[in-house]
Design a protein around this ligand. Sequence first.
Ligand code: F6R
Length: 276
Amino acid sequence: ISLYGSFYEAHAMKIIITKNYEEMSERAAEIMLGVVKQNPKAVLGLATGTTPLGLYAKMIADHKENGTDYSQIRTVNLDEYKGLPKTHEQSYAYFMKKNLFDGLGIIPEQTNIENGAARDAEAECARYDALLEELPRDIQLLGLGSNGHIAFNEPGTPFGSGTHVVELAESTVKDNARLFKDISEVPQKAFTMGIRQIMQAKKILILASGESKSDAVYKMVKGEITEKVPASVLLLHPDCILIADESATRKLKANQSRQDSFVGRVVCDKKDTITV
Ligand code: F6R
């Protein structure tokens, strides 16, 4: 934690609770579009997975309707399966092209992601580390793993980590199996941006939807900042927004009314927005 210098104390994490997935995506789109409109040369840190699909669809719809300009935007992705080339349909590079970049007219030269097919994994991590130094992100979008991971930083990953290769947790392989024909096809390893580098983004936007994320949301927000819950590090970031839907905040809300130490740390800002 000493790595963060002046970010020693826990800053406020803004939490927006929405009715459902649709509204979560809508609020997330407002924030992303705000960044893009304020700085047409912004660097966007992006995520894959199911959670951001609604947001990406809204960004594409806005681009078509309002012509929001992405021609000078650059993107940096969090992670990529090790062993999959960018042309593989299950690769994250392919996912981004299909679900966002093509719809926004973003060309490959504007985008960055780890090369899953790299022969020399160490060299690939060093390349990505150097690239991240050169491209400070204006915003980093994150999904939340049901075990509290962010990117593929699984529980136990040091907060000071840079880009590295991870052995995916069994629960993550299971969670991701729905996107593959068979669980045996899910890669067991991935490249991931480190926690230190996630924390370097100017602004962080983390999204959570559904009951399966309720426990992770609770552990992240409850305030025990520990490497056992990678997402809990976000409490140390000076500008982090969590947008979570009702079902993802069920456990959080259930515990809000109890007279435990957690209650004192939750302040109602305005309707459905709480600051921890
Ligand atoms: C994806 C990523 C992962 C996911 C997380 C949640 O690039 O880094 O951390 O954000 O596993 O996944 P979904 O959104 O599929 O529930």
